[in-house]
Design a protein. Sequence first.
Length: 249
Amino acid sequence: MIHLLTQLIHQHSAWLKTPLAPLSFMKISTPASGRELGKGKILIMVFEEGEVWPTLCVKTTRMYSTGEIIKRNQNNLKLLEEGVLGSLYAQMFAKSLYLYDDGSVIFCIESVCPGIRFSARPYNVELVMKKYIAWQSYLAQNTTKFQTFENDIRLPMIVQHGDMTPDNVLVSGENIYLIDYDNVGENQLAGFDIFNFLSKLRRSPEVINFYYEEYFPRYFKSIGAQVESYEDILPFYRKEESNRKVKIS
């Protein structure tokens, strides 16, 4: 497979910083859980000679029969790309470059998001929320569909990353990047990403509630939602999270 990758990448020199640069590869296995046990992805990071950071990320599976997760990842990434095409928000995600499927081998190739894993310092939390809310506000301007709930809640239907945990956020300077696209678009429950992210910060309940009070009103205002209190919508987020846990158990 490495020989195939080398040929393919060198045929697409625009993917590289230096055309025809000598390449090296590092393989990383990702875990799976529940019903997906044994279906985890394999990541192959592609390095150009002399570079510290990888240029490309190749995603494949241990068995061809589980290749649907590669196609899903590719389609989900394209869904994100379509929503931000031509905007500054396009840089928040990897770029989908190629899908290879010959009936026995399947993989996709993406650009690599720069940055380091998010750390839960207050400044970083504010940075992530600021950038994320701006992206969602941009998407809300282009939607005409809404969801209504009890307590007169009205939310625009906006694509959610679906698995926006601290582990899936990278930070580089004043920019953030969202990675891991397996759950993109599974729900359009505006605010679920923020709930998912803040609730998994490994901070005390008091700190988490402080962040809820700080960021949910700002978020709802930016997307034109009708929510009197974030506490009214929390049960719906918790139900969505519970449904996801059942799905993978």
